[in-house]
Design a protein around this ligand. Structure first.
Ligand SMILES: Nc1ncnc2c1ncn2[C@@H]1O[C@H](COP(=O)(O)OP(=O)(O)OP(=O)(O)O)[C@@H](O)[C@H]1O
Ligand SMILES: [Mg+2]
Length: 390
């Protein structure tokens, strides 16, 4: 079928043609936005799950919903080479610049001044010009160098400005597990303060399945956060994720073809998109039939192996690959780290650095103490395939 019209979108954070199976989470987000607008401060929302289940896509959907309600919205991705301070500061610039005007209310002017001081705290060379004279305005002081103090000031002042304009402030953080420990602690403390004083701010944190534990270790208050496990789609929803994008292009799936791809993808959104894309590209005519689906499943798996899995596998060093391979015996369910070590004939402690490095690279996580698991569904069989023909 015409590849130009291919409606499937495999790829990190790529908006699917149809966002399937997240109605509950979206309705919940809508509710908490409305609560903030009524002056009540809800708990942060935490989206956690394996790689490729659709956390980023859902977070971006949250961002759009908030933006549609005219909220001040800052979305950042942790990790890379930026601190939270810098990432958040830069993300706040555009929404604040959009609101800046000489006739702005007192709280907005104060927020602008505080944001300027926050900017100065990580960028001594640059400054912002909001085109507004702030010399007589109160505010500033978000440049003490202590992340919790500075972040608290800027969040409080921007939230107050948002409230003054009848809106809220949404702060969305992706890959939250990659934040530094002091940054996570600061966020938890600020969420706590916001909840106590009803600041017009709403946090959403997305990350790997280890995120709830990381938050709990940072501050006990985080136990009250609103945790949402983002999972693979149930079979009927997996079918919808294939059918709906095609229908929008007036193309149908034969039931047996649909069944095959929904099953092979095991409902994982990334896999659905990849298999869907491959099947579409190879299909000769409408409707997509079983032969198309068989060819698409093979092509889709090859594409996953060459991309989704390969990209992660290649990030591991030779030593780390040995460790990952020893885990594969247990499938995707996770392995006791003592067990893995004994398979390799060494003491568990001697693998501490390898384990830590694999966790830092986001390839494995610790579901609980003494257990390790792949962050990617299907990694165990990829590793099996990798070594099968050697
Ligand atoms: N609800 C959904 N329905 C259909 N497709 C989806 C859905 N959610 C995500 N996808 C698709 O799945 C793929 C992965 O989505 P996304 O990047 O959001 O996953 P993720 O959980 O953030 O993964 P990672 O942990 O690697 O960042 C994308 O191709 C996206 O289009
Ligand atoms: Mg993501």
């Amino acid at each position: 079928m015409d590849p130009v019209r291919n409606p499937y979108s495999p790829g990190a954070g790529r908006k699917p043609a149809a966002l399937i199976g997240r109605d509950r989470q979206r309705a919940n987000w809508q509710t908490v936005l409305e609560r903030v607008e009524l002056g009540r401060s809800p708990q942060p929302v935490v989206l956690y799950g394996l790689r490729g289940v659709g956390k980023t896509v859902l977070l971006s959907d949250f961002r759009r919903t908030a933006a549609d309600r005219n909220w001040i919205v800052a979305q950042v991705e942790a990790g890379a080479d930026r601190t939270l301070r810098e990432a958040l500061g830069e993300a706040l610039h555009d929404p604040l610049a959009d609101l800046a005007r000489p006739s702005a209310g007192r709280r907005l002017l104060q927020a602008l001044k505080t944001a300027l001081s926050f900017k100065a705290s990580y960028d001594t060379a640059g400054t912002w010009n909001f085109g507004v004279d702030l010399s007589e305005v109160a505010g500033g002081g978000a440049d003490t160098g202590t992340i919790e103090t500075d972040l608290r000031k800027v969040v409080r002042d921007v939230a107050a400005a948002a409230a003054e304009e009848g809106r809220g402030l949404a702060i969305l953080i992706d890959e939250t597990q990659d934040l530094r420990a002091d940054e996570i602690t600061a966020l938890c403390a600020i969420a706590h303060a916001a909840g106590q004083d009803d600041w017009a701010v709403l946090f959403a944190f997305a990350g790997l399945p280890s995120l709830p534990r990381i938050l709990a270790e940072a501050k006990s208050y985080s136990e009250r956060f609103d945790y949402e496990l983002v999972e693979a789609l149930e079979p009927h929803l997996a079918r919808d994720a294939l059918v709906e994008p095609a229908l929008a292009e007036a193309v149908r799936w034969a039931p047996d073809a649909l069944e095959l791809i929904a099953t092979q993808s095991r409902g994982y959104p990334y896999f659905l998109q990849q298999y869907g894309q491959a099947t579409w590209d190879g299909a000769l005519a409408d409707p997509i039939d079983l032969a198309d689906a068989r060819a698409g499943a093979a092509a889709g798996r090859a594409a996953l192996d060459a991309g989704f899995f390969r990209a992660r596998w290649d990030r591991a060093t030779a030593k780390e690959k040995v460790y990952l391979r020893a885990m594969a015996v247990d499938g995707d369910e996770g392995s006791g780290s003592g067990e893995v070590a004994s398979r390799l004939g060494r003491r568990p402690a001697s693998f501490g650095p390898v384990r830590a490095s694999l966790i830092a690279k986001g390839l494995i996580y610790a579901p609980e103490h003494g257990v390790v698991a792949y962050t990617v569904p299907g990694m165990a069989s990829f590793i099996d395939r990798e070594y099968a023909d050697r």
